[in-house]
Ligand binder design. Structure first.
Ligand code: UT7
Length: 322
């Protein structure tokens, strides 16, 4: 059985930046409250008409450049997103067409903020079972399109963006393990209004906007991410000191700090982008990874713990020798 290893990373952020002060002019909030309670200073927002497919393509091209491969070398595309450009076809198929390739499997994975970790876990299994040799794994979301701009408890949190990696079959790990979980009973704490079952544009369905009981989600997230750290280390027979970098989902700086504390990792070994990106949902982990690879913090051979938690609830992790 082969392993899968990360050959290159890439990301894309829309040009427009939205500051906390701009949001404070729209809803009853303040820069101070947002910074203190979330760690967010700003987020990016995609331009009108700029959707998940376009952002995903840009991130994918950067990852392929970093890996030194071209679109024809790719034989699998797995895209984590909750904001596909259309209900169908899958945005992964659109990305495939934009890259000018055809024939390989391409599909979306919907696990909200855990979307990239899920996509990575799935793609890794294709490579380990020798069903693919070189995969594009992408996390991309335009969560700004799913917000109620009058709801101060959610509209301040999210940003848009995309991140991607190229993973390839190798004899050495690579991705040492991946762990995926879900518990659908938590739907009432975090969901999007509106339903295809009611008719996509039915009046009764209401607008498709995010509804979240933030502090309940917060508590479960901290607990669950603590557990997944233990599970990931145990699966590899490693102690927490083995981890060089934590690359967490970027929802709230206080959640990130709690997971770092669990690992007893100083914050200078934790990649934090939530201040600049906000919560970019499925894009947050690969965006953070690419940021720290490109600025030289993460080096080849180091051990990375990637983790995420999101709507579903879903959660997951991957331990990677980079
Ligand atoms: O990525 C997927 C998973 N999502 C998450 O992980 C998000 C997890 N949750 C959180 O990050 C935090 O719970 C929030 C940032 C959403 C909220 O922070 P909190 O410290 O849990 O605040 P809270 O919901 O307990 O609300 C405390 C107070 C309330 O006012 P009262 O009832 O005490 O008068 C809220 O109405 O803060 C108020 N509030 C705000 N005030 C100013 C809520 N949002 C805002 C706001 N500005 N934007």
């Amino acid at each position: 059985m082969k392993y899968a290893s990360i050959k290159g990373t890439g990301s894309y952020l829309p040009e427009k930046i939205v500051t906390n002060d701009e949001l404070a002019a729209m809803v009853d909030t303040s820069d101070e409250w947002i910074r203190e309670r979330t760690g967010i200073h700003q987020r990016h927002r995609s331009a009108d008409g700029e959707g998940t497919g376009q952002m995903a393509e840009a991130a994918a091209r950067h990852a392929m450049d970093a890996a030194g491969v071209s679109p024809e070398d790719i034989d699998l595309i797995v895209l984590g997103t909750t904001t596909p450009d259309r209900v169908y076809p899958a945005t992964a198929c659109q990305v495939q067409a934009r890259l000018g390739i055809a024939g390989c499997a391409a599909f979306d994975v919907q696990a909200v903020c855990s979307g990239f970790i899920y996509a990575l876990g799935v793609a890794e299994k294709f490579i380990r079972t020798e069903s693919a040799t070189r995969a594009l794994v992408i996390g991309a979301d335009v969560h700004s399109r799913l917000l109620d701009w009058a709801d101060r408890s959610t509209c301040i949190l999210f940003g848009d963006g995309a991140g991607a990696v190229v993973i390839e079959a190798s004899d050495e790990p690579g991705i040492m393990s991946s762990h995926l979980h879900a518990d659908g009973r938590y739907e009432p704490l975090l969901y999007v209004d509106g339903s295809v079952a009611d008719g996509y544009d039915a009046q009764s369905a209401g607008p498709a906007v995010t509804r979240m009981q933030g502090n309940e989600v917060f508590k479960v997230a901290v607990r669950t991410l603590g557990r997944i750290v233990d599970e990931t280390l145990a699966a590899n027979g490693l102690k927490r000191q083995a981890v060089d970098w934590l690359i967490p989902h970027q929802a709230n700086l206080r959640i990130i700090q709690a997971t770092a504390k669990k690992l007893r990792l100083p914050m200078d070994r934790v990649v934090v982008t939530v201040d600049k990106h906000g919560n970019t949902s499925a894009a947050s982990v690969p965006l953070a990874l690419d940021t720290a690879v490109r600025d030289g913090r993460i080096k080849r051979g180091e051990i990375l713990l990637l983790e995420a938690f999101g709507g579903g609830f879903t959660w997951g992790s991957a331990l990677v020798r980079f």
